[in-house]
Design a protein around this ligand. Structure first.
Ligand SMILES: [Zn+2]
Length: 327
């Protein structure tokens, strides 16, 4: 229900309610860039709880292309990321999408697209068919075939974005016998809130989307922890092995849970955590990690934690039995 209200604010910015909320909470921007702000009302805070999924699922259908800016709006037919990813000068970022069409025609200017955009953006733009109609650009909901926002399609979008993993995955994560901070890290990876390049770009942070470790693909959670060539080599050297072909991290995790022993699942979580530390070291300090260092750290921290737990269990058992003997 709150998602529906948020969708209404985005898709009908001229409605009375939208104008009132805009005046109070985002007078100089749009609903897409709105934040909870200070001293929010209960209603506004509730609407903003669904903000993330609304923004991720909303796209602009190009009509005449006059109301949509090339670099500031999600108008590409990509369910994961509707924005262009090419680094562009401000003049092009703020230009209307109509400037990419041949003058007086309903066709894309293919020469301009080739000159301006990377291959991914070119392919996505040319997938958009320009009909003879020249209506205004309109918002649509990408998780519904009719483009309509419904609670059901919103839920499907949450599942697609992996923000609602199956309860079985949750149970398995909390049952892992690893440090609490590692469980928390795995949870953050599953709900896709790690600050990877793709997630930061989704929040309008200007930076390169390329993985700094392999320089061969965009950085996402599943790339960083599974599909990156460095991560792949780690998995192949470990008892877990490499599980390729996963689009989302939660898919990979479910497969590992399904085929690995309890001990190997613990080790897999530790390797993920160690891979993330290695990634941070590269991003923040430009240090190139080694496969052996990543695997050793994961194994050693797990071994030490298990040893401490064994001592604690032994102490508790000893204390209990001693008390029993005295009594
Ligand atoms: Zn990589």
């Amino acid at each position: 229900m709150l998602g529906k209200q948020g969708w209404s604010l985005l898709s009908h910015p001229d409605s009375l309610v939208a104008r009132i909320l805009k005046a109070r909470y985002y007078p100089l921007s749009s609903f897409g860039k709105a934040t909870v702000g200070s001293n929010p009302s209960y209603a506004w805070r509730s609407i903003m709880a669904a903000h993330n999924v609304i923004i991720q699922g909303s796209r602009i259908q190009i009509g005449n292309g006059l109301q949509t800016t090339i670099g500031g709006s999600p108008w590409l037919l990509d369910l994961d990321h509707g924005y262009v990813t090419t680094s562009l000068p401000d003049a092009i970022i703020n230009a209307p999408v109509s400037s990419l069409m041949l003058p007086g025609q309903r066709n894309w200017d293919l020469d301009a697209l080739t000159d301006i955009f990377n291959e991914r953006d070119q392919a996505l733009i040319t997938q958009i068919s320009l009909s003879s109609r020249t209506d205004d650009d309109v918002w649509y909901w990408s998780a519904d075939s009719r483009g309509l926002f419904t609670i059901r399609s919103c839920y499907k979008m949450l599942v697609y974005l992996s923000e609602i993993p199956s309860s079985n995955v949750w149970q398995r994560i909390w049952k892992l016998k690893v440090l609490a901070k590692v469980k928390h890290f795995i949870w953050r990876a599953v709900v896709n809130v790690l600050p990877t390049a793709d997630n930061l770009r989704r929040r309008q942070v200007e930076l390169s989307s390329v993985c700094l470790i392999c320089n061969a693909a965009d950085e996402s959670v599943v790339h960083c922890l599974v599909n990156c060539s460095f991560a792949k080599s780690c998995w192949l050297l470990s008892p877990i092995g490499y599980e390729g072909g996963c689009v989302y991290f939660v898919d990979w995790l479910e497969r590992v849970f399904a085929r690995c022993s309890s001990d190997d699942c613990d080790l897999a979580a530790m390797i993920c955590w160690s891979l993330w530390l290695n990634r941070n070291s590269k991003v923040c300090k430009n240090r190139n990690g080694r496969l052996s260092s990543v695997l050793n750290l994961a194994g050693q921290v797990l071994f030490q934690w298990r040893s401490v737990r064994k001592v604690q269990l032994f102490d508790n058992t000893f204390v209990s039995s001693s008390h029993g003997a005295v009594c």
